[in-house]
Design a protein around this ligand. Structure first.
Ligand code: GLY
Length: 371
């Protein structure tokens, strides 16, 4: 006998799944649940496809496998990114993500379902490594879209998601190094040997003085031709506690409309919010642009909207990076970045996942400091 869901949405087709299935076996439960939906659908079967930021190479493979097993696009997206949320070596997402300025890991995520346009989001969530799954629960169990902070944590706890310390030793060492090097006038001393630590050295070699953001966005089109997506992140490295970027904001870090396409972002979240990035891309696709053209179009709007001197380099160009990813209703994919040298991940059913060059607005020169 299955325990009924608490406060399930009246049209939630998953009603009747047990709490254990939902929490412990999310992938299997969602795949099984979706299988019945696909079987009921009269839509033609199309080869699933998934597109993601470059750190999602394995995530797109998992998402396509989940869709081949019957998961819907949004379910597959959430399951795909769980791989990265679990990975302590990805310091931009989930477990092992870099903390805020006080050393606390605060995670943001959202998801959106193309056919219904239902969405769920969590922000500044502490202690739960899979914010995208919690966002999915907000979408499927409530009539609301976003929960934040303690409320989001209480919601995850009430569903039985395991609570844990997300700050790994590696992330803590990098945070301590950052804290001791904020400025010559701060209160903290760099410890002897700290800069020789391999984790800290690798961080400095990759990011230098730039304080970047990292994130994973994954958008998918399933076997029934439906679209879905998710974005999940630990946000700006060493952010002001409580700072929330674009990732959990529907219309900024993610937007999905089955009639048109799905889009998402990584990079400087404040700039994405200011132009409603993902929504802008979907609207440009609605107006007839390809996914790649739409991503470039949104970046052009961002250039126009970047007017304050502290965000511009010596040549008047945005001194930061943003990357956009999109898939349209026909299954065409695209990605574009402000600066050259970026890639995105794509996987189509029956093929291996691959990294593809992003289109870009500006070619990076050797002396460009833009992150
Ligand atoms: N795009 C991730 C963030 O700004 O938090």
């Amino acid at each position: 006998m299955k325990t009924p869901l608490i406060d399930a949405h009246p049209d939630d087709p998953s009603e009747g799944l047990s709490r254990r299935e939902l929490v412990a076996g999310a992938a299997l439960a969602t795949a099984g649940l979706a299988a019945s939906r696909v079987a009921r659908s009269a839509e033609p079967v199309v080869p699933p496809v998934a597109v993601a930021s470059a750190n999602g190479l394995e995530a797109v493979r998992r998402a396509v496998a989940a869709m081949e097993a019957g998961a819907t696009a949004v379910e597959a997206a959430v399951e795909g990114v769980a791989l990265v949320e679990d990975d302590p070596d990805d310091i931009t997402v989930g477990y092992g993500g870099l903390p805020n300025a006080e050393g606390v890991v605060q995670l943001d995520a959202c998801c959106m379902d193309g056919p219904t346009m239902r969405a769920g989001a969590v922000a500044a969530l502490e202690g739960f490594r899979h914010p995208a799954r919690v966002a999915y629960e907000v979408m499927r169990r409530t009539t609301r879209v976003m929960l934040v902070g303690d409320g989001a944590a209480a919601f995850a706890r009430s569903l039985g998601y395991p609570e844990e310390e997300l700050l790994t030793d590696k992330a803590r060492k990098i945070w301590l190094y950052w804290r001791a090097n904020i400025s010559d006038g701060d209160d903290w001393l760099t410890q002897p040997g700290e800069t020789d630590d391999p984790d800290v050295k690798a961080f400095i070699a990759k990011h230098g003085a730039v304080r970047p953001t990292g994130t994973i966005n994954l958008c998918a089109r399933d076997a029934a031709g439906n679209l879905g997506g998710t974005t999940t992140t630990s946000g700006l490295f060493f952010k002001i506690p409580g700072r929330v970027g674009d990732s959990p904001i529907i219309g900024a870090g993610l937007f999905v409309d089955n009639r048109v396409g799905a889009a998402g972002s990584t990079g400087r979240g404040e700039s994405v919010i200011q132009i409603a990035g993902a929504h802008t891309i979907v609207e440009l696709m609605r107006a007839g642009r390809s996914p790649e053209e739409a991503c470039l179009g949104a970046l052009e709007r961002m250039v126009d909207a970047t007017r304050v001197p502290y965000l511009l380099d010596g040549k008047g160009r945005p001194a930061f990076d943003v990357k956009f990813y999109a898939v349209d209703a026909a299954g065409r994919t695209g990605g574009a970045a402000m600066w050259s040298g970026a890639e995105y991940a794509v996987c189509r059913s029956g093929a291996a996942p691959a990294l593809v060059d992003c289109a870009f607005l500006y070619k990076r020169d050797r002396d460009d400091a833009s992150g």
